[in-house]
Design a protein around this ligand. Sequence first.
Ligand code: 13P
Ligand code: SF4
Length: 341
Amino acid sequence: MVQASPDTLTRDTLAYTPEVAERTASIYERVKNVIPPMEWPVFAPEIDAINRLKAERNAVVLAHNYQTPEIFHGVADIVGDSLALARKAAETEAQVIVQAGVHFMAETSKLLSPEKTVLIPDIMAGCSLASSITAADVRLLRETYPGVPIVTYVNTSAEVKAESDICVTSGNAVKIVESLGTDRVIFLPDEYLANYVASQTDVKIISWKGHCEVHERFTGDEIRSYRKGYENLMVIAHPECPQDVLEAADYVGSTAQMIDFVTSKKPGRVLMVTECSMSDNVAAEVPEVEFVRPCNLCPHMKRITLPKIRHALETMSPQVEIDPAVAERARRAVARMLEVR
Ligand code: 13P
Ligand code: SF4
């Protein structure tokens, strides 16, 4: 039997009543620069319903910086980069976590909060980096390079983490690599992040050929042509971008580090070389900054929508489960990362 997708299941339209308008007015105030008034009657009833369901279920929504503004500003309790979300998942007291992000992020939350129910609104929300490497690949690398520590980006499956010594995120990769005290590490699976780490440390990096399908599309030529078109442009890039892009940028950092840079320095005009919803989310907070936006969207992140979040809370599904034997070993690699301050 063909199952209805969450989209079809939740197409019962919720009404935009005066009560809904009143209850969501303060949220609209926050996003009015990035969501046109015509669109708000579609989002507001969903936001209102989700915020009520969260209270009923004792649930929190953890949203990655790449979620769209109606999710990021409308229903998220905790927002951030992969590192912040991992830390907060371990700390939250709520019984239910709804991961507004991709599958590996929901798995990380489940690893750190095994007793909690972790919901992912679309089970198909994957990641090109996570699908670039398997546990068998990692075992083979360990055999090939005996004794060399295996450092794995969190953008991987729990099975791959279970074969690793320690995890990293884009925000702490250099620090973690240097904390190991070895002259070589195997760094998986993002080749460009590995190259970036290699450019920042004397530790020798053995890399893999995984790429983020969003960041690999940017080119150094594209950045240079934006600079020609826009005077005084501040260019800040994510380390999942190819090397020539990073060389053409003024600053390199994780999504949270990029946001901190823009909100604290408030450059007149900025190009954030990363997934494009993030510029909308930051633009809502700093209307005085002009954002130049090449729009590369992550198709996996964009699978998460308000109707799917509501559906997940209504049905308490899909839930993320991890084989306990895998989970125990994967948790060790993530926990070891969180211990490095
Ligand atoms: P960070 O938010 O940790 O920088 O990761 C970016 C990313 O591509 C997550 O999928
Ligand atoms: Fe994966 Fe790239 Fe999408 Fe992040 S943006 S989830 S790294 S494909």
